[in-house]
Design a protein. Structure first.
Length: 286
């Protein structure tokens, strides 16, 4: 168990904290080799306020990325609202989502964006859930399921798609993945990607987008999610997601997910739909 005490105004405590944080960074690197699960301690009264939780998350970020690089930590209230709406009879409370990425990103950055969740564990202790799995979807699903096992959820069939969306948003941040449900969402996401990658150059953006969209339209799949009841009572759901691999054109993938009523998720299959194979992005081809 790793405990990170919040910053204190006492200079002596600051020096002690600085030495402890250096030791924690070394320990955290060793833990990441095996499995990352960090309870984060923070002083609070009976209820933790947002500032305390955000500070605890920032300190935890230093153990995830112990270098000198400054990280930007942003609250993901959209994911909190999505989770709260899954089970309206017993809405999940006190789950806080944050996205972390370098404050100044470049094309050569090794640290990829990641989403973490923070929940109060015991008095003065917060549990950290890091969805950035080192071994892909298996690690991400395991950590996501570790979180949902504490929430006593009961997911109705009508909410299975929303829950799949939450899962993908939390676990696919490194690939900038997002679930797409119709062509409007897909078009907007692809346009925004090319517009950003070509530094707001309208002509190159339009050329790349038109090339991509025409290819996609030749054999466009249905993007609507499909939910079926599995033999074991779980939901089998087919969803499409758009991912942005580093240095490549956008890809549309189909995922088959198995979601239990309690919120446990298993990735059954993954299939690349478009383009037929990954394609590198060359900036002078449009």
């Amino acid at each position: 168990m790793i405990r990170i005490q919040p910053w204190d105004s006492d200079p002596l405590k600051k020096n002690i904290f600085g030495r402890r944080l250096g030791m924690l960074a070394v320990v955290a690197i060793l833990l990441l080799v095996c499995w990352f699960s960090t309870p984060v301690a923070a002083q609070r009264n009976e209820t933790a306020n947002d500032a305390q939780i955000e500070r605890a998350t920032e300190l935890a970020a230093k153990t995830i990325n112990p270098g000198n690089e400054q990280l930007q930590v942003d609250r993901r209230k959209d994911l909190e609202e999505l989770l709260s709406g899954i089970d309206q009879k017993r809405p999940a409370a006190h789950v806080y989502f944050y996205e972390m990425q370098p404050a100044s990103r470049t094309s050569t950055d090794i640290f990829t964006p990641r989403v973490v969740a923070v929940t109060p564990a015991t008095e003065g202790v917060f549990e950290l859930y890091d969805f950035h799995g080192s071994n892909g979807s298996d690690d991400s699903s395991r950590e996501f399921n570790r979180l949902t096992s504490t929430l006593t959820l009961s997911i109705a069939e009508a909410k299975a798609t929303s829950f799949a969306r939450l899962y993908l948003a939390a676990c696919d941040a490194a690939e900038f993945g997002q679930m797409v449900r119709d062509e409007d969402e897909l078009r907007t996401a692809v346009e925004n990607y090319y517009y950003g990658i070509f530094n707001n150059e309208l002509w190159r953006t339009l050329s790349a987008y038109v090339w991509w969209w025409r290819g996609y339209q030749r054999n466009a799949p249905s993007l609507a999610p499909v939910v079926k009841l599995g033999e074991n009572g779980s939901y089998n759901i087919l969803v499409k997601k758009l991912i942005i691999p580093a240095g490549q054109h956008p890809e549309v993938q189909q995922l088959e997910l198995e979601i239990s009523h309690e919120g446990k998720v298993r990735v059954v299959t993954t299939q690349l739909l478009f383009p037929p194979e990954p394609r590198w992005l060359f900036y002078d081809t449009f």
